[in-house]
Design a protein around this ligand. Structure first.
Ligand SMILES: Nc1ncnc2c1ncn2[C@@H]1O[C@H](COP(=O)(O)OP(=O)(O)OP(=O)(O)O)[C@@H](O)[C@H]1O
Ligand SMILES: [Mg+2]
Length: 582
């Protein structure tokens, strides 16, 4: 007698169920995906006891004929592909023909379906045993009920978590699909109560609003970028908001919701220098790539995909997110943002009396150059050839408040700039540039500075000497922990070089940053922080203007280097609301 037998299909289905159906949320996912694949515009999901007692999904999709229904319940029964080649670029969520038989093999299962209003068919399956089809009258669409999941697999049943936690899982599955298909109405009832009502909407932003509130959705930044055949679109969190609410990460590839740690890391990389290291931003992104650049058939629950060129894809995502963070209105807002703070505040404003100022290139000329009014020097530079490429900048009247903030009026509201944070951003980008290519302008001191360092500071100096020299600290005669400093950077006239160098070395003490890029970032942000003008320093009109112009030229003007905003907006909307004018 042979030792090998072919397993009966009911057993094979149960084994398949082990991979496809892990818990109630997997049932929810498979059934809702089927409804979406069937072109439903309304989907009703009913759960009892977190889905442990019942998961029912009803749709108004294509339905199935009496002839098709038994095939749908057979292993490998699918209408979505007919040959292996169809897997490339498959546009439906399903493609294996496995979900229904697998689910039916481990539950009390019933499916009612009709391809048109009126005549329909119903089949029950009890732990894999299929009943004869019955005729029923119903409207077009399909209803699948899955009761008592894992009733015949005690080992699995034991692993189910509390109703609450299964419910959370189910909501997560529904949410991910709801975000990928905002135009579909989805209603969820849990234990007889309406738990989630998602009306059909035309944008992902509106769907997020229905899920987590209008304010949450309003505050997200748009992402929209094309790199060759890769198109990245969606929404991400403002750096100033990162860490203030639950972190939510949603990614779809060609409309298929998936998890991908690499892309999540690429998004995080894009936030570098705008948020505190370690915080994780929320994102809702869809990436469209050529269908033959991705393999969807690599994960039992279809939750992951494989990419032909992961590196290029991750860089495209990083660049797209980085660009959206670079918009000037990516800073924080206080109060309700209203219909959207759309025009960047550096765009010309209709206020009376603005003067036209050519942008100052802070790279070629340090901010606050000389002790006089840098505004005049900015104007005199305005005719140089290199700067004519840039659009002229309209500078509205600027006011210094509490010797800390620069305020101005704009078409959409009032804008406040934190002078220290803003200058820090300007210097950070300048120093990064310097560290990556060349050296900064420095001023030679008439009387060299002499600094006596402790052993730890001395070590920090040794480790960073090259970088510090490139930033303009030219030092000689280092020995016995004494530094002679001949030149220093000159970021502004009140710059205290000795204090900056001491504080920088202090901050770098015991630092174990590895890698050149990370070292550059660390040093640039530390020196920028120490060298920037401080809160409490009075600025002249010219200085404010120069800072304004230099900030405008940075890549990420709205964020300092510690995860704070450099800019906040108070919209007229909010002002009017507070004064009861709306
Ligand atoms: N809600 C529905 N409306 C209409 N047809 C459906 C519905 N659910 C399932 N079907 C039909 O039954 C078939 C089998 O469904 P099943 O979920 O088992 O496999 P699949 O979706 O093709 O692939 P996968 O196993 O990857 O989900 C589908 O291909 C589809 O033709
Ligand atoms: Mg399916």
């Amino acid at each position: 007698m042979p030792l090998i037998t072919i397993l009966p299909s009911a057993v094979a289905d149960q084994i398949a169920a082990g991979e496809v159906v892990e818990r109630p949320s997997s049932v929810v996912k498979e059934l809702v995906e089927n409804s979406l694949d069937a072109g439903a515009s309304v989907i009703e999901v009913t759960l009892d006891d977190g889905g442990r007692k019942l998961v029912r999904v009803s749709d108004d999709g294509s339905g199935m004929s009496a002839e098709d229904l038994p095939l749908a319940l057979a292993r490998h029964g699918t209408s979505k592909i007919t040959k292996a080649a169809d897997l490339v670029g498959v546009g439906t969520f399903g493609f294996r023909g496995e979900a229904l038989p697998a689910i039916a093999s481990v539950s009390h299962f019933q499916i009612d379906t009709a391809p048109a209003n009126g005549e329909g068919t119903s089949i029950r399956v009890l732990g894999g045993k299929i009943s004869l089809p019955e005729r029923v009258t119903r409207r077009r669409g399909t209803t699948v009920s899955v009761a008592n999941l894992f009733f015949n697999i005690p080992a699995r049943l034991k692993f189910l978590r509390s109703a609450r936690s299964e419910w959370r899982g189910a909501v997560e599955s529904i949410t991910a699909l709801a975000i990928t298909k905002p135009a579909v109405r989805i209603n969820v009832v849990h234990d007889g109560r309406n738990a989630l009502t998602l009306p059909p909407v035309s944008s992902v932003r509106s769907r997020l609003g229905a899920l987590w509130g209008g304010r949450y959705a309003e505050d997200l930044l748009d992402v929209e970028d094309v790199a060759g055949p890769i198109h990245v679109s969606g929404l991400v969190q403002r750096p100033a908001d990162v860490g203030t609410s639950t972190r939510r990460a949603f990614l779809s590839i060609n409309g298929r919701a998936v998890r991908d740690a690499g892309i999540a890391r690429a998004v995080e990389t894009a936030y570098r220098s705008t948020i505190i290291a370690g915080l994780r931003p929320s994102f809702f992104l869809n990436v469209t790539i050529p269908v033959d650049a991705v393999d969807v058939n690599v994960h039992p629950a279809k939750a992951e995909v494989r990419f032909r060129d992961r590196w290029t894809l991750e860089r495209a995502v990083e660049t797209a997110v980085r660009r959206s963070l670079g918009n000037f209105d990516a800073g924080a807002s206080f109060g309700f943002r209203g219909a959207g703070f759309s025009p960047a505040v550096f765009q010309p404003s209709p206020n009376p009396g603005p003067e036209i100022l050519q942008p100052v290139s802070y790279r070629s000329s340090p901010l606050f150059e000389g002790a006089g009014d840098p505004y005049s020097s900015a104007v005199s530079r305005s005719s140089t050839a290199t700067e004519e490429l840039q659009p002229p900048l309209t500078v509205p009247p600027l006011f210094q408040l509490r010797r800390t903030y620069i305020a101005f009026e704009h078409e959409d509201g009032i804008v406040l700039i934190d002078q220290h944070s803003a200058h820090e951003r300007v210097l950070y980008e300048e120093f990064m540039n310097t560290l990556e290519s060349g050296s900064a302008p420095a001023q030679r001191l008439l009387l060299p500075l002499t600094l006596h360092l402790g052993p730890a500071e001395g070590e920090a100096f040794d480790a960073n000497r090259d970088y510090l020299e490139r930033l303009g600290f030219e030092v000689e005669g280092f020995g016995g922990h004494t530094l002679i400093v001949n030149t220093v950077p000159m970021p502004h006239p009140r710059f205290d070089a000795e204090r900056c160098l001491r504080e920088t070395l202090d901050a770098l003490t015991g630092d174990r940053v590895a890698g050149t890029a990370a070292k550059h970032e660390r040093l640039a942000s530390t020196v920028a922080c120490k060298a920037a003008i401080k809160a409490g320093e009075e600025l002249s009109q010219g200085e404010m203007r120069a800072l304004f112009a230099a900030l405008r030229d940075t890549r990420l003007p709205a964020h300092d280097v510690h995860g704070r905003s450099t800019i906040v907006h108070l919209t007229w909307d909010e002002v009017e609301r507070r004064f009861g004018r709306r």
